[in-house]
Design a protein around this ligand. Structure first.
Ligand code: KG4
Ligand code: ZN
Length: 341
C-alpha cells in the first residue's frame, strides 16, 4: 500500500510516500520568500506552493522509487492553516487522486502533529496502547490534548493569546533575529545563562493547578519592556543570556502544564510535537520531568516535528488500517481555523 501525502498548510511545501506504513520519502521545501517580511505572508505562501507542488511531489515519488501509477491513495492536509495555502495542496491532491481513480484521505494538520511522535523510519507507525497527553506546539498552535487509544482526543488546554512558536519568533524579532527566530533562540540559549533574568510564567503555579491553558502575550510585553529599559549595546552583548531566559520561561510553562495534565488524567505517557518540539531546552527539561514522574515520552525526530508530509501520510495510513478514514473526499472543503475533521 503506497500513500502519497501532501502538506501545504503554511510555508512548507511537502510531499511524502508511505510504503506499507513506513516512511519511504519525505521532501520538504521551505519557502524563503517570507524572510524579509519577518513572518509568513499568506498570498506569497500560496503562490510558492503553486510554483513548487509539482516538483516536490515528483521528488517524493522518485525518492520512494515509484511513479504515479504506484500510488494507491492520496492524503492531504485539509486544515487548519492559511486557507489559500491549504487549498493549493488539497486541490492538487484531489485532482491527482481523481485522475488516478484512487481514494483521497483528508487529514487534519493538528491531528497529524499529535501522532507525529510515533513515526519511526523503516518501521510501521504505531501509537502506544492506552491514553496519552499530547502537547502540540507550533507557530500557530499551542494545544494540550488527552488522546485516547481509539485515536479520539479531547482538547484540555490551549493558548488564550499567542502560540509558543509565536512567542519565540516575536521575542526573537525584538532581539534582532530573523524569522523564524525559534531555532536561533535555541542556538543562542545554549551559550547563555537562563537565570540572567526571570521573565513571567503566566497561568502557572499553585493558583493554576487545574488550568491547562497557556498565555504568552505577557512574556512578549515583558521582553519588550526589558529591551526598552536597557541600552542597545548591553542588549547586544547579553543576547545569549536574554535568549536563554526567554527560552526557559516558555519551556518551564510547557513542561509544568504537560506533566500536571498527565498526572491529573493518569496517563502513562506524554508526546510533544510541532515545530517547537525541536527546541533542545524543551526536549531536555521534558525528558527530565517525565523521568522523575515515570512517564513515557515520545518526541518526533526534528524532521517530523516541523511541518512535513510524512506525518500526513502516516496518520492517513493509521486511520485507513483501523477503518477510521473517510475516503470519498474529492469534494471536501479546506478550512482555516482549528476544528476537528
Ligand atoms: O510546526 P511548524 O513547522 O509550523 C507551524 O505549523 O506553525 O512550527 C514552526 C514554529 C516556528 O514558530 C519556529 O520558530 C518554531 O516552530 N521552532 C522552534 C525551533 N524550531 C522551530 N522554536 C524553538 N526552538 C526550536 N529549535
Ligand atoms: Zn504545523
Amino acid at each position: 500500500m503506497n500513500i502519497l501525502g501532501i502538506e501545504t498548510s503554511c510555508d512548507e511545501t511537502s510531499a511524502a510516500v508511505l510504503k506499507d506504513g513506513a516512511v519511504a520519502s519525505n521532501v520538504i521545501s521551505s519557502q524563503l520568500v517570507h524572510r524579509e517580511y519577518g513572518g509568513v505572508v499568506p498570498e506569497l505562501a500560496s503562490r510558492e506552493h503553486e510554483r513548487l507542488i509539482v516538483t516536490v511531489v515528483d521528488a517524493a515519488l522518485r525518492d520512494a522509487g515509484i511513479d504515479k501509477s504506484g500510488i494507491d491513495c492520496v492524503a492531504a492536509t485539509v486544515g487548519p492553516g492559511l486557507i489559500g495555502a491549504v487549498m493549493v495542496g488539497l486541490c492538487f491532491a484531489q485532482g491527482l487522486a481523481w485522475s488516478l481513480r484512487k481514494p483521497l484521505v483528508p487529514v487534519n494538520h493538528i491531528e497529524a502533529h499529535i501522532f507525529s511522535g510515533f513515526i519511526s523510519e523503516g518501521e510501521e507507525y504505531d501509537p502506544p496502547e492506552g491514553d496519552f497527553i499530547s502537547l502540540t506546539v507550533s507557530g500557530g498552535h499551542t494545544l494540550l490534548c488527552l488522546v485516547r487509544e481509539n485515536l479520539d482526543y479531547e482538547v484540555i488546554g490551549r493558548t488564550i493569546d499567542d502560540a509558543a512558536g509565536e512567542a519565540f519568533d516575536k521575542t526573537g524579532k525584538m532581539l534582532g533575529l530573523d524569522y523564524p527566530a525559534g531555532p536561533q533562540i535555541d542556538r543562542l540559549a545554549a551559550e547563555g545563562d537562563p537565570s540572567f533574568h526571570r521573565f513571567p510564567r503566566a497561568l502557572c503555579g499553585r493558583n493554576y493547578r487545574d488550568n491547562f491553558d497557556f498565555s504568552f502575550s505577557g512574556l512578549k510585553t515583558s521582553v519588550l519592556r526589558f529591551i526598552e529599559r536597557h541600552d542597545t549595546e548591553f542588549v547586544e552583548s547579553r543576547r545569549p543570556d536574554i535568549a536563554a531566559s526567554i527560552q526557559e520561561a516558555i519551556v518551564d510553562v510547557l513542561v509544568e502544564k504537560t506533566v500536571a495534565a498527565a498526572l491529573e488524567y493518569k496517563t502513562g505517557s506524554v508526546s510533544v510535537a510541532g515545530g517547537v518540539s525541536a527546541n533542545s531546552g524543551l526536549r531536555r527539561q521534558m525528558a527530565e520531568a517525565c523521568a522523575k514522574r515515570n512517564l513515557g515520552l515520545h518526541i518526533p525526530k526534528a524532521v517530523y516535528s516541523t511541518d512535513n508530509a510524512a506525518m500526513i501520510a502516516s496518520l492517513a495510513g493509521l486511520k485507513l488500517s483501523r477503518g477510521l478514514a473517510g475516503t470519498n473526499s474529492y469534494d471536501v472543503a479546506p478550512f482555516a481555523g482549528f476544528h476537528r475533521s
